[in-house]
Design a protein around this ligand. Sequence first.
Ligand code: DGL
Length: 299
Amino acid sequence: MIGVFDSGHGGLTVLKALADQFTTQEFLYLGDHANAPYGNRPSDEVVELTRAGVELLFEKGCRLVLLGCNTATSIACRSLQQDWLPASPWMGRNILGIIAPTVEVATQTSWGVTEPQYPQMYKTDVIAVFATQRTIESGVFQEEISKRCPRIRIVGQACPQLAGMIEAGKSEAELEALVASYVDEMLAAASEAGACADGQPHYAILGCTHYPLVEHLFAKHLPKTCRLLSQPRIVADSLEHYLARHTEYATPLAVEGVRQASSTLPRVRLLTTGNLAEVEARQFMGWSDRPCFAAPTSL
Ligand code: DGL
């Protein structure tokens, strides 16, 4: 069973891509709705909340937990992998983030390569990154992309209110006005920095898993020549490669002991630390027909 963790609803965009691509895998999703959004929280809180979420998913039987959250990945992933996990009772399990596969696709360079590469097509490209305040401040996209492809110019745009407004179920009109304002800010910054001759980025990364829920609004307000990199699809493809190399985490349903013992469980289960009725009442992406289960609210 593979765990997917996010501060709230955003990771469902990743979970949906995973559930579509891995039809024999069992998934357990945890949304920490009680503490969402994470993007404006101090780093130490993000680390502690992420650790508690991962630990809960391990306790529930997940051997692999994917952080379906860029904020958790940029702030907590490395320290959890390198410092916490080896000293915890969960040795032999693993935690994956979602920024590495995104950087791999953006740079067309595998993660293991950290020397400058100069793919011809990226000689003059500019990439806009839309993400939470904490993710942008971490500088992770800038750092990881620049060290592989120094000629790529990154224009980072923090969207401090967007995940919270998506979580709060704000109207399409309110979300559109906010997205449009962030796009305008990014375009002004790109042009001021002389980032590209036409003042426009060629690619945009939606570096927060909540943002695919309003991808159509980004597409509407970004220049038509700007291509959006779709993180859920990128993450699903990357996990497929990972599981091919690490078959110990890729137990199909047919041989999953827990599954056999309780085969009435749905293949994809959702846990929330938030208010069950409120979370279930939200109509996100057709997942609303799935019952949510309460997780401890003490994260
Ligand atoms: N969906 C998360 C991300 O990818 C977190 C957003 C938030 O909680 O602020 O960054």
